[in-house]
Structure formats: structure tokens, C-alpha cells
Design a protein around this ligand. Structure first.
Ligand code: NAP
Length: 433
């Protein structure tokens, strides 16, 4: 029996420890010799990630003393995998080359992608104290050097902070993944492998943006305007706003997504197709008027990640003294906005990135308690990882798109059936219906 087969069969830790770690494993990856394949293509959607992503054997690395080898049961697509597979804004092999100067293992002709995973610990490095072979885990995407003193203050301020599976190799879209032990969290026991795997990157990023000390610090009753409210980040953003007593106003791009938001309990929804031009103040005013019509006031917080096409509107519609909290720029990163609206009305723009380990633990606790739910909408096999990424690239998806790695079928891995029943299948499967 192979190590992977033993994990799938639910073997005891002793047996997992006895079985040999394979020298290669199956993984969704990019190839360095294909960087440049999209150089002549301008339209983002035409840089078809199905051409650049491959699934096949890659070499198994040695484990460092502070690392853990996880047998991955399931993973999920994040937008960073879309960026990587388009080689935009720069090829991620540049990150691997730079990282390779201090850790040569990462600088390879293949880049294994993926920044989320659920699975089983199959090896621990000599310095790992809190995790053991056989533990069922999910992963935080933040790859942080614990020796940097600033991490005692906030891990996301670490000088060499990296996004695992984006700025490092050996990511989660694979049968095995290498993570720092500090990246591990206990898997929520009422969730299947794929439900558990889809949350952490987006849920923790949204948590830091809205709740974290360095985010927008939402208060009860705050009106929060969320772009992409049925997307990866937005699906968790809406839940966190509702849990914290805020009033979400979700913006989406289709009537179907508007209907889904309604079923999530987001009472105020704007279909952005009504606002085809948000490039100047005329469009911004119309959007602001619509928010006032719906909730009677301007948003205290605007949840931004959509970038160039929306940022001017976001700055404009935030209320006097309000905040625009941003973690991304899907539509372009060179933003323009009218600064008079920012300074004269004492607004703030807050940059946010990922989440530190404490914030990851806090949001994983909410998920484990059944207070925040997975937004999984579809599940692909590992062989279909490129197809899954393409769905996210062309915005055909809602919520999160999952990928089964070693899990042979969906709905496996649930341990706490009583909690699952209390939470309810309707909530847990809301995005799949
Ligand atoms: P996603 O699942 O693709 O969702 C984004 C949503 O934004 C889509 O559902 C779409 O919804 C909306 N959207 C797309 N283009 C838009 C446009 N031009 N104008 C208005 N709305 C638009 O992606 P995600 O996982 O939420 O990630 C979103 C962005 O945040 C990405 O750029 C990603 O790289 C970044 N991000 C950053 C971090 C970080 O730590 N810094 C973490 C996670 C994500 P509708 O069509 O329904 O409006």
C-alpha cells in the first residue's frame, strides 16, 4: 500500500509513519519554459489558464525542521492561481528564484500552485512540537518566518512574508503539500474535506479587512458596501458583516447572484450591470444614490478588491470619515480617484493583505463553531484543476471552487455529524444549490 492509499483508507498514525514518502507526486503546476507564452495576448481572459496549467508528477522536496508534509485531501482555487497561470503581473517563477537564494528547494522548473488545503499530516520536521502524524488539518496561506521580531506584533508585517503556493513552491493543488507547522489549523470537524479546504484564504482575508485590528474595525450597525459579494472574498465578507451586526449592501453582476445573496440574508443587493460606467463622478453619484435609496445612508466601509474600474466609486460613496479597505485589484492596479472626496470628507484608504496566524485561528474558530459557512459552489478532480481555474478566470463561478486531491469523492471526511445537523445542510450547501 502506498502512503497516499493509506491516508485515503484512514490508516492509523503508526502505519502512516512506516510507509515510504514517494519521490514524486501528482500536482497542478506551471512550467518555467512556458513563461512568455501569453506575451502577444492583451486581453486577460484570452490568456487561457488551461494552456499554462499542467497536472503531472513533480519531485518531492526534503522537509525542513519546522515544516510538515500534508497529504492533501482537497484544495480550492484562489484568484492568485489565476494570476500565476497568466504569468501576471509578473511570472511567479521570479518569486521562486528570489526565494531560492535563501531556500534553493523552491527554485525549480515547475511551480506547484495552490494556497488552500485540507488533509492529513504524514510527516513532521524535527523541530515541530504541536502537530503529529495523523492530525487532520487545514492550512493558512501565510508563509512567515517566525524568527523575524515583527511577527510578535503582526505576522503580516514580516519582511519576507510570502503567500504559500503563489510566492513559494509545493502548494495545495496537489496530492502532497509542504507547509510550515505554523500554517496548520485543526480541520473543522463538521465539514467534508472540500468544504474545509475552500475557506481559509478568502475567509481570513475578509476577516482581517473587516474585523482585524489593522482593518476597517466594523462596528454594530455599520453599513458595509461589498464589491463581488457572491465571489470568493465577498461570500465571507457578507457573513462576517451580518455576524458582527453590520448592514451589508452587496454588489453583484447578475440576477442569479443577487438571488443567492438574498438567500444568504443580505437584504440589500445592487446589480452592477445597471451601472455600466463607473469611470467618472456621474456614475459614482448614481451608485451612491442607489445605496442611500436602499439603506438611507452612505457606507461606513467599502470592501474593495476589484480595483481600477471600481476604486474611484468606492472612495466617492464612502461616508464622511468612512473607510475603503482594499486587498486587491482584479480589474487593474493603477487606480485613479478624486482625492478631494478623500481629504475633504476625512476618509481613509486601508491596505490589507491576507491575515496573520491569530486572525486565521479566529476565523477558523468561527467556521468550526458553525458561525461562518463554506461558500463552495463546485468541485473538480485534480485532473480538472486548470478547468476549475478557468471558471474563476472568466468569472463563471460563485463563491469558491473546490478541487479534490486524494479524496476519491466529495462529502468524505465529516466527523461531527451532530454539529452538521445543527448547522443544517441548507446553510452548508447554499452556494451549491
Ligand atoms: P473572485 O472569486 O473572482 O470574486 C471577485 C468578484 O468580483 C467576482 O465574483 C465579480 O462579481 C466581481 N468583479 C470582478 N470584476 C469586477 C469588476 N470589474 N467590477 C466589479 N466587480 C467585479 O475573486 P476573489 O477570490 O474574491 O478575489 C478578488 C480579488 O482579491 C483578486 O484580485 C484576488 O487576487 C484578490 N485577493 C487578495 C488577497 C490578499 O490577501 N491580498 C486575498 C484574496 C483575494 P460580480 O461579477 O458578481 O460583480
Amino acid at each position: 500500500m502506498t502512503l497516499a492509499q493509506a491516508v485515503v483508507a484512514g490508516a492509523e498514525p503508526d502505519e502512516l509513519a512506516r510507509l515510504e514518502v514517494p519521490s514524486t507526486y501528482n500536482a497542478a503546476h506551471l512550467r518555467k519554459d512556458e513563461v512568455g507564452m501569453f506575451d502577444d495576448i492583451n486581453d486577460k481572459d484570452d490568456k487561457d489558464v488551461r494552456r499554462s496549467m499542467h497536472v503531472g508528477q513533480v519531485p518531492m522536496p526534503e522537509l525542513a525542521p519546522d515544516e510538515v508534509l500534508v497529504a492533501v485531501m482537497a484544495s480550492a482555487i484562489n484568484y492568485n492561481t489565476v494570476w500565476s497561470a497568466m504569468f501576471e503581473p509578473i511570472p511567479t517563477f521570479a518569486f521562486l528564484e528570489r526565494f531560492g537564494r535563501t531556500d534553493p528547494r523552491h527554485d525549480l522548473p515547475t511551480h506547484v500552485l495552490g494556497s488552500d488545503a485540507s488533509g492529513v499530516v504524514v510527516r513532521v520536521g524535527a523541530a515541530v512540537r504541536h502537530w503529529r502524524i495523523g492530525d487532520r488539518v487545514v492550512t493558512s496561506p501565510a508563509y512567515i518566518d517566525g524568527e523575524d521580531p515583527i511577527v510578535q506584533h503582526d505576522g503580516m508585517l514580516a519582511a519576507d512574508l510570502r503567500a504559500w503556493g503563489f510566492e513559494t513552491n509545493f502548494g495545495g493543488l496537489a496530492e502532497f503539500a509542504v507547509v510550515k507547522a505554523t500554517q496548520l489549523l485543526p480541520k473543522p470537524r463538521h465539514l467534508s474535506w472540500e468544504e474545509a479546504a475552500c475557506n481559509l484564504l478568502c475567509a481570513s482575508t475578509a476577516y482581517r479587512m473587516l474585523v482585524g485590528e489593522r482593518g476597517a474595525r466594523m462596528k454594530q450597525g455599520d453599513v458595509v458596501l461589498l464589491w463581488g459579494a457572491a465571489g470568493g472574498l465577498g461570500g465571507y465578507g457578507v457573513q462576517l458583516v451580518r455576524n458582527g451586526g453590520g448592514i451589508p449592501v452587496g454588489i453583484v453582476g447578475s440576477p442569479e447572484k443577487a438571488e443567492l445573496l438574498g438567500r444568504m440574508g443580505c437584504a440589500h443587493v445592487i446589480d452592477r450591470s445597471q451601472f455600466d460606467d463607473l469611470s467618472d463622478e456621474k456614475g459614482w453619484r448614481r451608485l451612491g444614490a442607489e445605496v442611500r435609496r436602499l439603506v438611507g445612508e452612505d457606507p461606513a466601509i467599502v470592501f474593495e478588491h476589484t480595483g481600477r474600474e471600481t476604486f474611484g466609486a468606492s472612495v466617492y460613496v464612502a461616508r464622511r470619515g468612512g473607510s475603503v479597505v482594499t486587498c486587491g485589484s482584479s480589474s487593474g492596479y493603477a487606480h485613479t480617484y478624486d482625492n478631494r472626496h478623500l481629504w475633504m470628507k476625512l476618509k481613509r484608504v486601508i491596505g490589507s493583505h491576507g491575515a496573520n496566524y491569530q486572525e486565521c485561528h479566529e476565523v477558523n474558530r468561527l467556521i468550526s463553531l458553525g458561525m461562518v459557512h463554506p461558500t463552495l459552489s463546485a468541485v473538480y478532480p485534480l485532473t480538472g484543476a486548470a478547468e476549475a481555474t478557468r471558471a474563476v478566470q472568466v468569472n463563471q463561478h460563485v463563491g469558491k471552487v473546490g478541487v479534490l486531491a486524494l479524496a476519491p469523492e466529495p462529502d468524505l471526511g465529516i466527523e461531527d455529524h451532530a454539529l452538521r445537523e445543527r448547522v443544517g445542510e441548507d446553510r452548508l450547501r447554499l452556494f451549491r444549490s
